[in-house]
Design a binder for this molecule. Structure first.
Ligand SMILES: [Zn+2]
Length: 262
């Protein structure tokens, strides 16, 4: 029957087709005059509507209501989409911020590690640096110079020209193994260098370190003098492979091999 189609509620057919059905229904009513068979409460609720009129009928209201519902559905859907997009955007932003923070922290960490490496390298170079045992002077007597002066028959070190009281320093980093009277060497200091070699400083007027003490390159260990078997103030300097007398090596070659310009 044509009426049942006209009273359909949700997912209504187009406004035009519903109006056409209404016209058909009204036409059917006019011919039969049987209003009691009308199935549509909406149509029944509009008794003032003139037969055949397309205005102000319940059907129109139903169509408007459906359209509104669809609009609301669409709006809700759009709002949900918007919310999802906003959430996705916020998540992406949070991720980007976290990534930026992680990168910034990584940069700070890398910079700190680079500085620590540089500091360690500088410290290593400082500790490995060698220098002259006495500044601003020259070698007055060379290594292995012969003469009655030395018990071995030849000079076991080199002599630096120096007035009494000149500052004498350790040529490198090491540990003092002897500090005090050394017989023919007078007041002397023997240092075991960090590379395992030994250096000795003789005829000192005073000693300012003690055995067991670690020394840095250039650290003062005493003052030059003329104690022991000495003909006059100077610094006697020896380089050795061992702690004891007789293990001496060429001090000039030794200093040069450690980068000292002598
Ligand atoms: Zn000497």
């Amino acid at each position: 029957m044509a009426f049942t189609r006209a009273t359909g509620k949700h997912r209504a057919p187009s406004r035009l087709s519903r109006k056409s059905a209404h016209v058909a229904g009204v036409a059917a009513l006019a011919t039969t005059g049987v209003i009691g068979t009308l199935a549509s409460p909406a149509l029944a609720a509009a008794p003032d509507a003139a037969p055949g009129s397309l205005e102000d009928t319940g059907l129109n209201q139903a169509v408007i209501t459906d359209t509104l519902a669809e609009q609301l559905d669409a709006q809700a859907e759009a709002q949900e989409l918007e919310a999802q997009e906003a959430a996705a955007k916020a998540a992406a932003q949070a991720k980007a911020e976290a990534e930026a923070k992680r990168k910034a922290e990584a940069r700070v960490k890398a910079a700190r590690e680079a500085k620590e490496r540089a500091d360690r390298e500088a410290e290593r170079q400082r500790l490995n640096a060698f220098q002259l045992p006495i500044a601003g002077t020259y070698v007055s007597t060379g290594y292995q110079t012969g003469g009655a002066m030395w018990s071995s028959g030849s000079h076991t070190g080199i002599d630096f020209h120096a007035a009494s009281g000149s500052t004498v320093v350790s040529v490198g980093a090491g540990t003092v193994v002897e500090a005090g009277w050394g017989g023919a060497y007078g007041n002397n200091v023997v240092i075991r260098m960090n590379d395992g070699t030994y250096t000795q400083y003789g005829h000192l007027s005073s000693v300012s370190v003690s055995a067991g003490q670690t020394v840095m390159p250039g650290q003062q260990i005493g003052l030059s003098g003329s104690t022991g078997n000495s003909s006059g103030p100077h610094l006697h300097f020896e380089a050795r492979t061992g702690a004891d007398y007789g293990s001496d090596i060429d001090p000039i070659a030794y200093l040069r091999s450690h980068g000292v310009n002598v």
